[in-house]
Design a protein around this ligand. Structure first.
Ligand SMILES: Nc1ncnc2c1ncn2[C@@H]1O[C@H](COP(=O)(O)OP(=O)(O)OP(=O)(O)O)[C@@H](O)[C@H]1O
Ligand SMILES: [Mg+2]
Length: 247
């Protein structure tokens, strides 16, 4: 078991180049169990690429990660998902032609047969129904996900990753393009899940939200960690100001 204060995720010396572009450069940091950790940095500083490297959507040129005490030189999204590491995408990824309910059902551990078979597992349907209630989406359960607003799709994606009962959730800009009411909902859900023991690593551009929700805050610039610490210390760090203002 991993308890509060232990390193749940360790990122060690990750590097990734795309042709001539160094997107991630000797990047190392730790996410402690029980935290809501922010990963911030200017546009193009490598945040999404770091998420892709951690979760195995991209292969790192070098470096490795450890999650829950196991080291992965070549992380695999499905294996990590089964072990309790889930993520969302900067452009919310839902299955647009599936109903809102079925989006949750298929997220319950990639049980595709459950979807096409004679009936869903009752436990999955109950869990999904509970999440749809919690996320205010119950009224849309039988609509195709494409009918949802952008913000609702982001909430659905968040609800979907909860079907796997993850220990660590990586959120890539959960509030970007989302209206204020749904931003509040998103924050409430993060706080609620955090209170029940889920650890978060969140990429977010809304600094007010970062400052009130996250601790610690890790700052990337040009693919490298340039600061990490409590929000107030990071906000006052000249290197961080330089990164944002220097362009
Ligand atoms: N698939 C790719 N092919 C080529 N270059 C890429 C690719 N993905 C990212 N990059 C480049 O790598 C760098 C880091 O991009 P990344 O998307 O990780 O940044 P980010 O911090 O998530 O930015 P944003 O805040 O705008 O989402 C950028 O220069 C970007 O153009
Ligand atoms: Mg990004």
């Amino acid at each position: 078991m991993t308890g509060p204060g232990d390193a749940l995720l360790e990122v060690e010396h990750l590097a990734k180049r795309f042709g001539g572009v160094t997107a991630v450069d000797d990047c190392s940091f730790t996410v402690e169990a029980g935290t809501i950790t922010a990963l911030i940095g200017p546009n193009g500083s490598g945040k999404t690429t770091v998420f892709n490297l951690i979760t195995g959507y991209l292969r790192a040129d070098s470096g490795r990660i450890s999650f829950g005490g196991r080291t992965y030189a070549r992380p695999d999204p499905a294996a990590l998902y089964r072990r309790g590491l889930s993520r969302t995408f900067q452009q919310a990824r839902v299955f647009p032609e599936l109903t809102v309910l079925d989006n949750l059902i298929v997220a319950a551990g990639h049980r595709w047969r459950a979807l096409f078979g004679p009936r869903h597992s009752r436990a999955d349907v109950e869990r999904a129904g509970g999440l749809l209630d919690e996320f205010g989406l119950a009224g849309h359960a039988d609509e195709p996900a494409r009918e949802l607003s952008y913000g609702q799709r982001k909430l659905l994606e968040f609800a979907s990753v909860l079907m796997s009962e993850p220990r660590l959730i990586l959120l890539d800009e959960p509030t970007a393009g989302v209206n204020p009411v749904l931003i509040e909902a998103m924050e409430r859900h993060v706080r609620g899940r955090h209170a029940s023991g889920v650890t978060f690593l969140i990429v977010e551009h809304d600094m007010n939200l970062v400052m009130r929700l996250c601790d610690p805050v890790i700052v990337l610039d040009r693919g490298t960690r340039i600061a990490a610490g409590p929000p107030d210390a990071v906000r006052a760090d000249p290197a961080v100001l330089d990164a944002y203002l220097g362009g």
